[in-house]
Design a protein around this ligand. Structure first.
Ligand SMILES: *Cc1c(COP(=O)(O)O)cnc(C)c1O
Length: 389
C-alpha cells in the first residue's frame, strides 16, 4: 500500500519558471535578484515593511533574538508546546529558556501565565529579555493581551510564525504583530523552498542588521573587515526562485489544508472520543496540520495505539509536539503551568495534512481511523491485531 505522508512539498509548476530565470542570469549564488524579489513579495503578502530571506526558520529566530538583545545569562520566555527550534536559538546565544504552558482554546501561550511569569520576575527585579510566542500548527496565539503585557514590562515580543503562514488574527497576520517575526520554508511547511526562512519587521534598521549579520557581518570597506561576529545565513537565489512560485499559490494551499481538516471532521463526526483542535474566535486557522485529541475511554483505545495501527496501514501520523519542559536537554529549567501541554502531547495526534492529498488518500486515512475505533469497541468479537514492530 502506498505510503501517505504527514505533509509533503507541493509545487505549482510556476516555481520552475523563476528557477529558469535564476539559471539564465547565472545567479547560482546566495543573494541575487530572486532573493530581492522574494523579500519584496513576501513583505507585501504579510503586510510587513521589511523582510530578509534566510537559510532556515531556525537561523531567522537566532538572528531575531540576537537583534532584540538576547545575550549570555538572559532569560527568554517561550511556549512549551512547540518544536525545539523555538527554544534552541535562545541557548545558541547563551540565554536561558523559561517555558510557559498553553491554553486549551488555541493550544497556544496562555496570556494569564505570561503575566504571572512577568510579575514574578519583575518583583525579583530580573525581567526576561524577550518572549517568543509560537503560532502553533497554523493558529495565531492571542496576541492582544500578550502584546499588552510585554509592552507594560518592556519585554521584546518575538513571533515564531514558522507554522502559521496563512493564518490571521483580527485581520492581522501572525509574525507581523511583535517587534520581529520569523517564518520557515522547510519541506513540510505550508509553502517551501526545500529549506529556508524569513525574518520580518517594520523596523528598517533591525532588518538591515539581520542582513549584515547573515552575510558574515562584513563592514563597508574594500577589503574584508569585521567588527562583530556574523553568520552565513542567507538564502540561495535558486531557492528564493522556488519561494516566489510558492508564494503565488499560498492562498490555494491554505484552502486545501483547511478542506482536509473539514473532510476528516465530517467523515469522522459520529465517532466518540475524537476532539478536533479548536479554531479560536479571533481569526483563521490555516490548518497547516490537522490535529485532534483522543479520549481513550470514549474512543476505546489511546492515541499511541491509534497512531501505531495507522502506521500499520502505511499512514504517517504524528504525536503532537513533546513539550519543551519535558525534554531531557531542557531539564531543570523553569516552567509556568505545564499540565495542558502535557495532556495535548499525551492525547494529541496530527493526521496527514498535505495540500496535495487526493480525496482517495483522505478517505483511506478516515477509513483507517474508523476501523481502529470499530475494533476497539468490540475487543471480544474481533480482536485487534498487534501492531507490527
Ligand atoms: C519548522 C519550525 C521551525 C524551524 O524552521 P526551520 O526552517 O526548519 O529551521 C521553528 N519553529 C517552529 C514552531 C517550527 O515548526
Amino acid at each position: 500500500m502506498e505510503r501517505i505522508h504527514l505533509s509533503t512539498p507541493h509545487m505549482s509548476g510556476r516555481e520552475e519558471a523563476y528557477v529558469k530565470e535564476a539559471f539564465a542570469s547565472n545567479w547560482i549564488a546566495p543573494l541575487g535578484p530572486q532573493v530581492d524579489a522574494f523579500e519584496r513579495e513576501f513583505a507585501s503578502a504579510v503586510g510587513s515593511a521589511h523582510a530578509a530571506a534566510l537559510s532556515s526558520g531556525t537561523a531567522a529566530l537566532h538572528l531575531a533574538l540576537r537583534l532584540v538583545g538576547v545575550g549570555p545569562g538572559d532569560e527568554v520566555l517561550v511556549s512549551s508546546l512547540t518544536f525545539s527550534a523555538s527554544a534552541t536559538p535562545i541557548v545558541y546565544l547563551g540565554g536561558r529558556p523559561a517555558f510557559i504552558d498553553s491554553e486549551r482554546g488555541s493550544w497556544n501561550l496562555d496570556p494569564a501565565l505570561v503575566q504571572e511569569a512577568l510579575e514574578t520576575r519583575a518583583r525579583a527585579g530580573r525581567l526576561p529579555k524577550a518572549l517568543v510566542v509560537v503560532h502553533l500548527y497554523g493558529q495565531s496565539a492571542d496576541m492582544d493581551p500578550l502584546a499588552e503585557v510585554c509592552a507594560r514590562y518592556g519585554v521584546a515580543l518575538v513571533e515564531d510564525a514558522a507554522e502559521a503562514l496563512g493564518a490571521t488574527y483580527h485581520g492581522r497576520i501572525p509574525g507581523t504583530m511583535g517587534r520581529v517575526g520569523i517564518y520557515s520554508f522547510n519541506g513540510n511547511k505550508v509553502i517551501t523552498t526545500s529549506g529556508g526562512g524569513m525574518l520580518v519587521s517594520d523596523d528598517e534598521a533591525l532588518v538591515a542588521r539581520a542582513r549584515k549579520l547573515s552575510t558574515q557581518a562584513r563592514d563597508p570597506a574594500p577589503y574584508y573587515e569585521h567588527s562583530e561576529i556574523g553568520y552565513n545565513y542567507r538564502l540561495s537565489n535558486v531557492l528564493a526562485a522556488i519561494g516566489r512560485g510558492q508564494l503565488e499559490v499560498l492562498e490555494e494551499r491554505v484552502l486545501a489544508r483547511r478542506a482536509n481538516f473539514e473532510f476528516y471532521r465530517q467523515a469522522l463526526a459520529d465517532i466518540p472520543g475524537l476532539e478536533w483542535m479548536p479554531e479560536a474566535s479571533w481569526g483563521r486557522h490555516s490548518r497547516w496540520l490537522t490535529c485532534l485529541t483522543v479520549n481513550p475511554r470514549e474512543f476505546g483505545t489511546d492515541r499511541e495505539r491509534l497512531r501505531l495501527l495507522l502506521e500499520d496501514q502505511n499512514i504517517e501520523a504524528r504525536p503532537v509536539w513533546k513539550p519543551m519542559h519535558l525534554q531531557p536537554v531542557f531539564a531543570g529549567l523553569p516552567c509556568w503551568g505545564g499540565a495542558v501541554a502535557e495532556d495535548l502531547f499525551e492525547r494529541g495526534l496530527c493526521l496527514p495534512s498535505g495540500s496535495n492529498l487526493t480525496e482517495g488518500q483522505l478517505s483511506r486515512v478516515a477509513d483507517a481511523v474508523r476501523k481502529v475505533w470499530r475494533r476497539a469497541r468490540r475487543p471480544a468479537a474481533e480482536p485487534m491485531a498487534a501492531p507490527a514492530a
